[in-house]
Design a protein around this ligand. Structure first.
Ligand code: NAP
Length: 270
């Protein structure tokens, strides 16, 4: 399908998506970008050979509009776009926490909207992008969103009612792993290792564990049992994790993230 796609508000996530699409074989001539600052637009033209446009030009000419501004800038962007977006154009929102109804209320009646929650590993083509249809989006629209976000990692379709839970799991998910690496590196320092060596040991262990989780087909319990020998070192560590309620803390933490995502989606900012 030769289609013009515009990325509006091409910042970190927008650029990750744009570069993923080009690597996946999209022709730069079919891609438009918009930015708030002209030097940013020129940077994108030089880096990717794509055409910078104004938001209004993009709204008039692109078949698919991907909106990747910050959630707080979305209302202003939609006010600018709404008079120019024909109702047969697909609008994909990459903004965290904004429901499809927000877009449907501001755009022409019947405009198909798809909501996508990706995460920062999009920058290294290992994103987890969760995709939901608005009330006028069809199978074809969802497939198109999957094709675009598939360029920067995995995609999963969920009903929009599950988006807040997914935000807690995968949207914020990378931060929990970074936090864990930080804490385990501190533990390495306590045990007498230099910080850089502790960091390398933990990061490579994290990568190894992630690849095994993805590729072995084994349940995480089985993978953990494989390194938990009777009266060994690992079981002593696990006992301390259980004593400190780490499992319960993670459940509560993700529940708190889900609740906050719900609050933000309903317009509560503080
Ligand atoms: N980063 C993440 O972890 C992450 C993860 C998942 C989803 N998201 C979602 O992705 C979206 C973008 O996040 P980000 O981290 O990529 O933000 P970002 O780097 O600030 O990118 C947003 C870009 O939009 C530009 N912009 C703002 N208003 C505009 C307008 N009216 N017209 C044209 N350009 C405009 C900004 O310009 P300036 O440079 O001039 O400000 C900026 O370059 C957010 O909605 C966020 O919820 C982010």
């Amino acid at each position: 399908m030769s289609q013009k796609v515009a990325v509006l508000g091409t910042g970190k996530i927008g650029e990750a998506l744009l570069s993923g699409m080009i690597r996946a074989g999209w022709a730069p001539d079919d891609l438009l970008v918009t930015a708030r600052r002209s030097e940013r637009a020129e940077e994108l033209r030089t880096r990717y050979g794509v055409t910078p446009a104004t938001n209004t030009e993009a709204a008039k000419t692109a078949d698919t509009l991907i909106l990747t501004v910050k959630p707080q800038d979305m209302g202003t962007l939609l006010d600018e776009l709404a008079p120019h977006v024909p109702a047969d154009r697909l609008v994909i929102s990459g903004a965290a926490g904004i429901p499809t109804s927000f877009f449907e209320e501001r755009l022409a009646t019947g405009t198909p909207v798809v909501r996508v929650m990706t995460n920062t590993p999009a920058l290294v083509d290992e994103a987890m992008s969760v995709i939901s249809a608005g009330s006028h989006a069809t199978e074809q629209h969802l497939a198109h969103a999957e094709e675009i976000f598939g360029g920067v990692g995995k995609t999963l379709r969920v009903p929009e009612s599950q988006q807040d839970a997914c935000t807690a799991l995968s949207g914020s998910g990378p931060a929990y792993f970074f936090y864990l690496v930080e804490a385990m590196t501190d533990a390495g320092i306590l045990l007498g290792l230099p910080r850089d060596k502790a960091h390398d040991l933990i990061v490579q262990s994290a990568i190894g564990a992630a690849v095994m989780l993805r590729d072995s087909g084994e349940h995480p319990v089985k993978l953990r049992e494989n390194v938990t020998s009777p009266a060994g070192t690992t079981i002593n560590a696990i006992r301390e994790l259980e004593n400190h309620g780490v499992r319960a803390a993670l459940i509560a933490a993700l529940e708190a993230a889900r609740d906050r995502s719900r609050e933000l989606a309903s317009g509560k900012k503080d």
